[in-house]
Design a protein around this ligand. Structure first.
Ligand code: HEM
Length: 360
């Protein structure tokens, strides 16, 4: 994922500039509905990683935002309707076709978007000849393996679906909890300031977006214990994929006092286990320091089918949190109430999160 550190650093810089513009438009520095801004950030970053495409989601021009917000709405619709269409029995889907039709329509739109960008990139690379080092994207990597273009369309559409709301919600929840826990925010800020000073001495400006410097910065951020702990604690409280499943395929297995016959579908709920007081004392409290010692939680799953986007997601979260917190102190919106999570396939905030951003 560090190969994409340069693009991610550029998009993070655009996000910070946008937050700055938005906070200035409000008398008390409030940025309303940060989740929407982070979805735009997520789409901009994943489109660069997948297709080397720049969409301009974080610019102020209305046209671009309207078109790209349409893609974000399709991602949201697919996720929300996955649960509905899975829950409705087939005969009912025939009687009430609207959810299924809307689900297919949103998938078709996402597929058409991805296909357009893959076709453009394939044509561009064919016309340009060999690529410079560092100038690559997932489409190029798959094409180089001679994967049929129809499979590339399918794979990148899935990655597009997986790459927007996951990172956006986690970033929104991180800042929401840091705003409500000023002690944790101050400790993280101290860690970031110290690391930035060291990094600047060896690699130059930490906000620099050129590939090699950004990769060095990303690697350094990935080693910061409190930054990592903040992301882990956020995902413990708000595991963006709240449940997971596996089929016990080969043979019967014994788990504690239970015998699980082969071919059984087992589902596990991260949300419940990660808020279980037997494993996490004061389970609803945001305490990043609990992660400074190893502990168990599986927000990205486990094993060969665990999350392929994990490193990219962590890269984006570390870089975005670092740059946002170096620039702003984040506070709750005055009078803003508690925001609860809800499941719409992914775990998402049940209401928009608005925060106050104060320049440091
Ligand atoms: C905070 C961010 C994210 C979280 C918490 C997360 C979590 C997960 C989880 C729990 C799984 C199921 C793993 C299992 O069954 O063991 C999964 C699968 C997957 N994720 Fe993520 N994910 C995140 C971001 C991303 C991103 C950014 C991408 C794409 C760029 C992505 C792509 C995928 C794909 C393709 C799979 C299916 C893997 C397979 O079936 O082999 N994820 N993710």
């Amino acid at each position: 994922a560090e190969a994409f550190a340069g693009p991610v650093a550029t998009v993070v810089a655009e996000l910070v500039a946008r937050l700055q513009r938005l906070r200035r438009q409000h008398p008390r520095g409030i940025v309303p509905d940060i989740g929407t801004e982070f979805n735009r950030f997520g789409l901009e970053a994943i489109s660069w990683v997948l297709f080397s495409s720049r969409l301009g989601c974080l610019r102020d021009t209305g046209d671009v935002t309207a078109a790209t917000d349409g893609v974000i709405r399709c991602v949201g619709a697919v996720l929300a309707l996955t649960l509905v269409t899975m829950a409705l029995p087939r005969p009912l889907l025939r009687l009430i076709p609207a959810p299924w039709d809307a689900f297919c329509h949103a998938w078709d739109q996402l597929f058409a978007f991805a296909k357009g960008h893959v076709d453009r990139r394939v044509a561009e690379v064919a016309a340009r000849g060999p690529l410079a080092e560092g100038d690559t994207c997932v489409t190029d990597l798959l094409a180089r393996e001679h994967i049929p273009v129809s499979s590339i369309y399918g794979n990148v559409t899935e990655l597009l679906l997986a790459g927007v709301d996951t990172v956006a919600s986690t970033l929104a929840w991180s800042l929401y909890e840091l705003a409500r826990n000023p002690g944790a925010q101050a400790a993280l800020h101290r860690e970031l300031v110290a690391a930035t000073a060291t990094n600047r001495a060896t690699n130059g400006d930490s906000a620099t977006t050129d590939g090699a410097t950004a990769a060095a910065t990303a690697a350094a951020l990935g080693r910061l214990p409190l930054l990592r702990a903040v992301v882990k604690e956020t995902l413990r409280l708000y595991p963006v994929i709240p449940g997971n499943a596996r089929v016990v395929s080969d043979c019967d297995i014994r788990v504690g006092d239970y015998l699980v016959p082969r071919q059984t579908l087992i589902t596990l709920c991260h949300y419940a286990t990660s808020r279980d007081s037997r494993f996490f004392p004061a389970p609803d409290a945001f305490r990043p320091e609990r992660w400074l010692h190893p502990f168990a939680s599986l927000p990205f799953g486990l094993g060969p089918r665990s999350c392929v986007g994990r490193r990219l997601a962590e890269l984006q979260l570390h870089m975005a949190l670092a740059q946002i917190l170096l620039r702003f102190e984040v506070r709750p919106e005055p009078g803003g109430g508690r925001v609860r999570p809800m499941t719409r396939t992914l775990l998402a905030p049940a209401a928009p999160i608005s925060l106050r951003f104060l320049e440091r």
